[in-house]
Design a protein. Sequence first.
Length: 452
Amino acid sequence: MPIFPISMGRNLGYGGAAPRVRGSVVIDLGKRMSQILDIDADDYTCLVEPGVSFYALYEAIQAKGYDHIWIDTPDLGGGSVIGNTLDRGVGYTPYGDHWAVHSGLEVVLPTGEIVRTGMGALPGSNTWQSFPYGFGPIQDGLFSQSNLGIVTKMGMALMPNPGGHESFMYAFAHPADLAPLIEIIRPLRISNILENVAQVRSAEQTIAVQGRPKTDFYTGPGMMPDEVIEREAAKLPCGKCAWVYYGMSYGPAHIRAYKLDIVHKEFSKIPGARKIDPATIPKDNYFWSRDNIAAGVPDLEELLWCNWTPNGSHVAFSPVSPIRGRDAEALVKLARDRRVEYGVEMFPAFCVGLREMHLIVEIVFDKTVPEARKAAMDCLRAMIDDAAALGYGEYRTHLALMDQVASTYSWNDGALMKLNERIKDALDPNGILAAGKSGIWPKRYRGRGWEM
Ligand code: ADP
């Protein structure tokens, strides 16, 4: 009997709660395993079960009155901490790389044994959540974006309250400002002057996140023309622009002032760059949503751009690249060319990690229209191939695209997939667990027409 474990199933844009194999029994772990097993207020760590959402963790910390502890939340706080971390989701505080700050897993293997990784393997250990490595090979990676186990507990580091925080927003006037901006961001980000995952968003997405339909702005054929984007952006706090930067500075006022001054000098090298004074931004503007998220306060506003089309649904194309202007330009061009070809609506945004950036291109479509669903899928498939031809790979993808994305990681005659399959067959000899997840199929499914 094929089984498919989920934590809360809110992996929106990447497949939600859906199993890859029709007829699988979905194990909804979050339904009953939803306890916060520990919050250590001295070590700044926690231990959670699959059903603990970012909201639940945040609220538990507030309820205990732990003002000195922050959590990190992704764009949408309603999902599972474990589910998001296993899928290598990110948030927007300095602790945004969730996988990097997890410490210790408890896992049920496909054959039924239960293992604890890291220090959890030592009975009575008191450092399971504070030293992720333990002794010997680190097995945690086997259980991330994989189908080798059911994770029932996970430890995670929590962030100390930095003693102050301040969101900032810059608007950049021209589409061509993207490349120089990315070049400026790279050294600032690597040296932690820009301390959190930086977001560079298109003006179009900033217009759409008001939650209003496209037809409010434009009723003509095809995509919204550039002049309409400029006109509508001009009505928003960002003003007439092509790109908007959202960031946050952490620490007491004098420390923030030191860093923000450097940022301002660097960003001002781009002609026409404008810092938007937060005091002028209305409280219902999306800026304050980003302000919450970057301060570890869960929020749900992000998906308002789904209202762009009737019955709006979304799916993401998420390639990774170096933080370089020429890569940003190549990826935006690739996406825009395919957008024109397939006539889909899309919103590109760059999320700049420490030494790489993810371009997240959200495609929004009317889920009740078969042609719109097909156009979204065809466009995604084309973009994945285009990206791979240029040397870019996705960091995460929708369940339906996992075979294709896995096939792009093909170096040395597919050596990585061969290794994945050997491990899969060894740990899951009956091939029951989440077959097809991340493009990894157990022996009894391989080459029988399941891959797509
Ligand atoms: P979230 O609710 O945070 O969005 P999901 O529950 O949708 O996360 O998890 C995303 C994906 O990660 C799932 O589709 C599943 O493949 C995998 N996954 C999630 N939780 C577990 C778990 N506890 N054990 C094993 N795999 C999991």
